[in-house]
Design a protein around this ligand. Sequence first.
Ligand code: OAD
Length: 243
Amino acid sequence: MIPQSLINLLRDAKRVAVLTGAGVSAESGVPTFRDAQTGLWAKYEPTELATPEAFKADPELVWNWYAWRRELAGKVQPNPGHVALAQMEQHVPDFALFTQNVDDLHDQAGSQNITRFHGNIFGVKCFDQHHMIDNWDQLPGTPPTCPQCGSWLRSDVVWFGEALPDGAIETAADYVRSADLVFSIGTSSLVYPAAAVPIEALNASVPVVEINPNETPITEHVSLALRGKSGEILPLIIEKVWG
Ligand code: OAD
């Protein structure tokens, strides 16, 4: 299932970059964005809640959705896919992980060189001034407000239409252009600019391996598409290359 060519390439690689998305945390029990939601949130599209416009229209709804996701993210554990990526970092001399995920499961698994494209769900900041807030009073009915400026509090994540952290994409693009191998794992490859990172690599003739149970828009362009769950495929790769 893991081609020998990939085993050889990874064993010899000096510089490896990995882009991850929500699929990497799916086996830990964190719902992805484009899977149907269940229960309480089944009638909402996550992508329609993750915008400043949605928050302005209904701050309570969006605050509650992120509060629910934050609580969930606080309860879950890294899965074998996260662990395998932390192990890969130990073996590769120059390794960088770029993630769209807002949970902390890569950190918990022991990954070190992590760049977050879309923020951190455990952070809370105010909507108007981006004051970072550690403690807040939750009153029923509305989101809490900023003790410094009074504006609504929100999650410290990047919403559609908002800028990514300064330099994050440029750093990733530079890094992948000079990598020996790039992985794109558990992402639908639909959301830009993150989705451009593996494309940068392909344009620079750097091999890209996709790991995903489903096809994505980049599948037909990548060097190798491994069809399956990251929590199953990544440990196999580690075992074959360094086991
Ligand atoms: P998506 O929900 O768009 O895509 C998740 C991907 O993971 C899909 O391609 C699934 O096929 C795949 N997948 C599911 N289970 C998997 C598993 N066990 N192993 C590997 N892959 C699996 O999530 P992202 O691509 O991360 O942004 O979404 C990108 C961004 O859109 C998110 O960061 C978020 C979202 O809206 C913002 O909120 C700004």
